[in-house]
Design a protein around this ligand. Sequence first.
Ligand code: UDX
Length: 439
Amino acid sequence: MRNIAVIGVGYVGLVTGACFADLGNRIVCLDINAEKIARLKEGEMPIYEPGLEELVERNVKAGRLFFTTSYAEALQEAEFAFIAVGTPEGVDGEADLQYVRMAAESIAEVLDHPLVIVNKSTVPVGTGDWVADIIREKRGDSAEFAVVSCPEFLREGSAIRDFMNPDRVVLGSLAPEAAEQVAQLHLPLRSTIVITDLRTAEMIKYASNAFLATRISFINEIANICEALGADVKEVASGMGYDKRIGHAFLDAGVGYGGSCFPKDVKALAHMADTHGRHPQLLAAVMEINNDQRLQVVRKARELLGELGGKQVGILGLAFKPNTDDMREAPATSIIERLLAAGVKVRAYDPVAMENARRILTGVELCPDPYTLAEGCDLLIVVTEWNEFKHLDLVRIKKLMRHAAIVDGRNIYDPPTVRSLGFAYRGIGRGYNGEGNND
Ligand code: UDX
């Protein structure tokens, strides 16, 4: 049993703290947001993540998981301090490290025993050295600490599973014994543990996310070419994926990637390249394709409806992906903006993200379910592939709509089936769209 402090109770910090507690460690989670900590002490989750509430409840009851706003309390017994604060996009795409600086300075102020500081947040290459410099500036060389980079590879919606079953744990440090201590924490996961230097570990994280984003922009470009050439991108991706060098994952064409990671991490990596004299040609193309892709559905809406002004359109799905309430960089937001600008009356529904939607969206009628949403609509656009949209009663939906048309931004429907029900249909890369069909 080890004593661990986790700084930041967001999507990464809270999952990391709760999972380490579940492995038998004693965890104190800290956040400077007193309201979040108060809600957690009441058993209320500040984020939606499947399985998290019961994981937190179980470990609080077992006396392994605590919450505080005090650094002195969090670090009192700590042998490790995981920094899991946000690193939002800053100017020109550079990662904003103000919260990392605040955490490092606060740790330095109370540091009075040997401590291994673990950077869990996604931070630009070189940040580990920078954190060490901040602490040394405040505490001089008397302070006994080491910095280890331990980037997270958690996907929202499956974060607990991803933590407990990692493909690999990556550790980077200039102090091998500190990296070894952090490796020991992860032994119960029985995963491959890669130990390298700080900068390489930080780069593994960025390169991994940038590669996954590149796969998505690649398949979206292929989808656009498929439409012109009459091929079906879902079949193309399937045929590609049997090649072990390619695989099937992350080849789902759609409205593009969103979320709090891919958009900012690709921009941050491109910014690092640019500021170090290397032009990120491919990363620039990945971002350009992704920005354009989400507007494809608006183009398709125009194809199906002609003039958009005065029409009513229902948006199915607002979260940036299923199984999360997160709307950060969600494709739905920019799609809705374009539709509103074109004079469309927009309705929207999401199974989980409605609280965030009420905060973020203006000028949109939020509906309690897909059927209410469909009433009087000229078009439905699938933006997030929630399972409940895959089994909608489309016969009932058609009767509720003023005009039966669907733009399927995540290719969840079978085009011939939907067309046979009398819908005008557009998918993403699903063969010739509009030619030779009854659209
Ligand atoms: C991602 C990485 O997967 C994870 O390893 C990292 O730690 C954090 O960033 P996350 O952003 O939570 O995780 O979601 P992910 O499932 O990767 O999806 C990211 C975006 O890509 C979503 O908008 C999703 O809709 C989109 N996507 C994903 C596609 O458009 N096509 C795909 O095939 C896969």
